[in-house]
Design a protein around this ligand. Structure first.
Ligand code: GLC
Ligand code: GLC
Length: 645
C-alpha cells in the first residue's frame, strides 16, 4: 500500500459522491486534471497535519466540493489568466516588475479614488500594487485593518466588493498585478465566528484557542516570544463575559485561529478562494509563521505551519493557479527561506536585506551585509524575493547572530546600538525615528520611521543644511538602487517615492497613539505630491533620481531573470554584486555606504567585466575601465556598470 494509491482511492470515492454539475464541460475536464495533479500532495499534507482526526475523509470531501464551487464561480477572464500564468510561471522575475504598497484611504480616500490614481501608478512604472487590508474591520483600532471582521466585505468607508472587482480589472488592463492581504492567522474578535464562540457555540469556540483557566496558557507562555509586549504581557487575553482565555499573538482583539481543527482549514480555504476570485494576482500571507502551535516551542515556523501553507497552495493551484503566495515571515533568516518554494510561497519579503541595508547606513560598513547575503541571497530559481527598504511596519533587526559573530560582532549589543542609532539616542546620528514595542524584560525593541526621516532628510531640513540634505538624498537613492537591481521584485512603500517625512499626527488619535508604526503611514496628499514635482526641492531630486533608476531597470534583461553573486570588494565600506543574464548581459553594481570617498582595487573587477568599455547606467555615461588604477567612489555613490554581452 502506498500513499499515492491511497490518495487515488480517496479521490475516486469523493468524486463518486460529489456533484460537479455546476462545472461546464471544459471546466469539468480542467478541474479533474488539476485534481489529478495536486490532490495527491493535498491528501498527504492534510493526512500529516490531521493524523489523529478520524473524520478527515469527511473534511476532504467537503473541501473538494468547495474547490469545485469556487472554480465554477471563477470568471472566464480570470481562467484565461490562469492559463497564461501557467504558461509563464516566471512572470514575477521580469525586469518590468516594480511594486508599491499603499493604504487605500491614505493614498486616495477610497477605491474609486484609487481608480483615478492608475495613471500616476503607470507613469511611475508600477506593475504590482499591494493594497493594505481593506476588509471590514472593527471601528477604532483595527491594527491598520489586520483585524478582519469579514473577509468577504470591503470596509464600507473604502467602497464595495463590486468597486474592488472593478479596480482589479482596471489595474489588470493597466498591466498592474493586484496584491491582497490574506490575514489567516487570526480574525477580529467581532468576526461572525468569534461572535458565535463568545455566545457559547462550542463548534465556533473550537475555531479559536480558548482555555478555561491559566494552566495551559502559562505553559505555552513560558516559551513564546512576545510580539506586542506593550499591549499586553504574554500571548493570551482574558474574556470576562465567558470567563475564558483566548490566544492572541498580536492585539487582544485579534484572535488566533485554531488550525488543529480541520474545519478551520476548510473555512479559511473558502475565504482565500473568494479573495482569489475577486481578481488578485498575489495573496500576501500575513503573519504566516504563527499559524501552528506546539507546546514547549516558540510556536513560530513549525513544520505543520509549512504543511498547511503547502496545502493552501494546492487548493490555489486547483482553482486559481494565476495567483501566487507572498510570504510575510519577518523572522530569523534561516526560517524565512523555508517558506520559499514553488509549492509553498513563490514570493517572499526579504527582511534580511532590508535590515542589513539600514545596518550598513548606520555603521557605514558593509561587512555584515556582504557576509550574510553571500550565503543567504540565493533562493529557488522559480521564486522571487520582494525587496523593500521600508514598509508599513517597524524595522526588526533579523540578522543571524552567527553571521555577526563571524565578524566579531555581538548580535545583542549591536541591536541595542541600532535601536539607539535610529531612535535619536545616539549622538551624531542622522536618523529621526521612534522606538516600537520595547520589551522591559530583555530590552528588545524595533524601529519606526519613514525612509526619508530615517535616512537623514528630516534632521537635515530641520537644521537647514544643504550639505546634510545632499547626503540624505544620496542615502535614500543608494538604498533604492539596491532593491532595484539586486534581483527580485522591488517594492516601494507609498510616500517614499516622494521622500515624505515622519507623520506625527497619530499622536493625537487615541486609537493610534499607542502604535508608533503610524509615524511611517502618512497620507499621500497634494502638498507632498507638489513638493516632489517642484524642481529644486530635495523631494524632487529623490523622485527624479528614483525614476531614472526605474527606467534603467526596465530597459535591460539583466535586472530581471538573472543570477546574483555577492562580491567581496576588499573595502569594508563598499557593497557589490554581479548580475548575469542568460543572454550574456552583465551588471556590476557597486555602492559606497560611507560619507567619505572610497577606493576599490580595480583588479577585482577585471575578471568580472569581459571588456573595458562599460556603461554606468546611473548616469548613462560610457566608461573605459583602467584596471591598473583603483576605482574611486564618492560618498554614497552607486555605480551600475553594464556590459551588454
Ligand atoms: C503583520 C502585519 C502587521 C500586523 C501583524 C498582525 O506582521 O504586517 O502590520 O500587525 O501582521 O496581523
Ligand atoms: C510580524 C513580525 C514582527 C513584526 C510584527 C508587526 O509578524 O513577526 O517582528 O514586527 O509582526 O509589527
Amino acid at each position: 500500500m502506498n500513499a499515492v494509491s491511497e490518495s487515488q482511492k480517496c479521490l475516486t470515492r469523493i468524486l463518486n459522491t460529489t456533484d460537479l454539475s455546476a462545472l461546464n464541460k471544459t471546466d469539468h475536464k480542467t478541474f479533474l486534471k488539476r485534481l489529478d495533479q495536486h490532490f495527491p500532495s493535498l491528501f498527504d499534507l492534510l493526512l500529516h497535519v490531521y493524523d489523529r482526526h478520524y473524520d478527515l475523509h469527511f473534511h476532504l470531501q467537503q473541501l473538494v466540493a468547495s474547490l469545485a464551487a469556487n472554480f465554477s464561480q471563477r470568471k472566464n477572464r480570470l481562467k484565461k489568466k490562469d492559463k497564461q500564468r501557467l504558461a509563464d510561471p516566471l512572470w514575477h522575475k521580469s525586469e518590468q516588475m516594480l511594486g508599491m504598497a499603499c493604504y487605500v484611504d491614505l493614498m486616495a480616500g477610497d477605491l474609486n479614488g484609487l481608480l483615478a490614481k492608475i495613471p500616476y501608478f503607470t507613469e511611475l512604472g508600477l506593475t504590482y500594487l499591494h493594497l493594505m487590508p481593506l476588509y471590514k474591520s472593527p471601528e477604532g483600532d483595527s491594527d491598520g485593518g489586520y483585524a478582519v471582521s469579514d473577509y468577504r466585505c470591503v470596509n464600507p468607508a473604502l467602497g464595495t466588493t463590486k468597486d474592488l472587482q472593478v479596480l482589479a480589472e482596471a489595474l489588470n488592463d493597466a498591466g498592474i498585478s493586484l496584491v491582497l492581504d490574506f490575514v489567516f492567522n487570526h480574525t477580529a474578535d467581532d468576526h461572525a465566528w468569534a461572535k458565535a464562540a463568545r455566545a457559547g457555540d462550542a463548534e465556533f469556540q473550537d475555531y479559536y484557542l480558548m482555555f478555561d483557566d491559566r494552566r495551559i496558557p502559562d505553559q505555552y507562555d513560558a516559551t513564546l516570544r512576545e510580539i506586542f509586549p506593550s499591549v499586553r504581557r504574554g500571548s493570551f487575553s482574558y474574556l470576562p463575559d465567558i470567563d475564558k482565555w483566548v490566544w492572541t499573538t498580536f492585539n487582544n482583539f485579534q484572535w488566533d485561529l485554531n488550525y488543529g481543527n480541520p474545519a478551520v482549514f476548510r473555512a479559511i480555504v473558502d475565504e482565500m478562494l473568494f479573495l482569489a476570485n475577486l481578481g488578485c494576482d498575489s495573496l500576501r500571507l500575513d503573519a504566516l509563521a504563527f499559524i501552528w502551535k506546539d507546546m514547549g516551542t516558540v510556536c513560530e515556523n513549525r513544520p505543520k505551519a509549512h504543511a498547511l501553507i503547502k496545502a493552501f497552495n494546492c487548493c490555489l493551484q486547483i482553482v486559481a493557479p494565476a495567483v501566487v503566495f507572498k510570504s510575510e515571515a519577518i523572522v530569523h533568516p534561516d526560517e524565512v527561506v523555508k517558506y520559499i518554494a514553488p509549492t509553498e510561497c513563490q514570493l517572499s519579503y526579504n527582511p534580511l536585506l532590508m535590515a542589513l541595508l539600514w545596518n550598513s547606513l548606520a555603521t557605514q560598513k558593509t561587512r555584515l551585509i556582504t557576509q550574510s547575503l553571500s550565503h543567504r541571497f540565493e533562493i529557488n530559481p522559480h521564486c522571487s524575493w520582494v525587496n523593500y527598504v521600508r514598509c508599513h511596519d517597524d524595522i526588526g533587526w533579523t540578522f543571524d547572530d552567527g553571521d555577526a559573530a563571524h565578524l566579531g560582532i555581538n548580535g545583542y549589543h549591536h541591536r541595542l546600538f541600532l535601536n539607539q542609532f535610529y531612535t535619536g539616542r545616539f549622538e551624531n546620528s542622522f536618523a529621526v525615528g521612534l522606538g516600537f514595542q520595547e520589551n522591559p524584560e530583555n530590552g528588545d525593541c524595533r524601529v519606526c520611521g519613514s525612509l526619508a526621516s530615517l535616512a537623514g532628510l528630516q534632521q537635515a531640513l530641520e537644521r537647514n543644511s544643504p550639505a546634510l540634505i545632499e547626503l540624505a538624498i544620496k542615502r535614500i537613492l543608494l538604498l533604492n538602487s539596491v532593491i532595484l537591481s539586486i534581483g527580485g521584485i522591488p517594492l516601494l512603500y507609498a510616500g517614499d517615492e516622494l521622500a515624505m517625512l515622519n507623520d506625527y499626527s497619530f499622536q493625537s488619535d487615541p486609537h493610534k497613539l499607542h502604535d508608533a508604526r503610524w509615524v511611517n503611514r502618512p497620507r499621500i496628499d497634494e502638498p507632498a505630491l507638489a513638493l516632489a514635482h517642484k524642481p529644486g526641492t530635495p523631494q524632487y531630486t529623490v523622485n527624479v533620481g528614483l525614476r531614472k533608476m526605474i527606467a534603467a531597470r526596465k530597459k535591460h534583461a539583466v535586472f530581471g531573470n538573472a543570477s546574483t553573486h555577492i562580491l567581496r570588494t576588499g573595502n569594508d565600506h563598499c557593497f557589490a554584486y554581479l548580475r548575469q543574464a542568460d543572454n550574456g548581459e552583465r551588471l556590476l553594481a557597486i555602492c559606497n555606504f560611507s560619507a567619505a570617498e572610497r577606493e576599490i582595487n580595480a583588479d577585482i573587477l577585471h575578471n568580472l567585466l569581459p571588456a573595458r568599455e562599460v556603461i554606468n547606467l546611473i548616469d548613462h555615461k560610457p566608461l573605459v575601465m583602467d584596471f591598473s588604477k583603483p576605482l574611486v567612489l564618492r560618498a554614497y555613490q552607486v555605480m551600475w556598470l553594464y556590459f551588454p554581452g
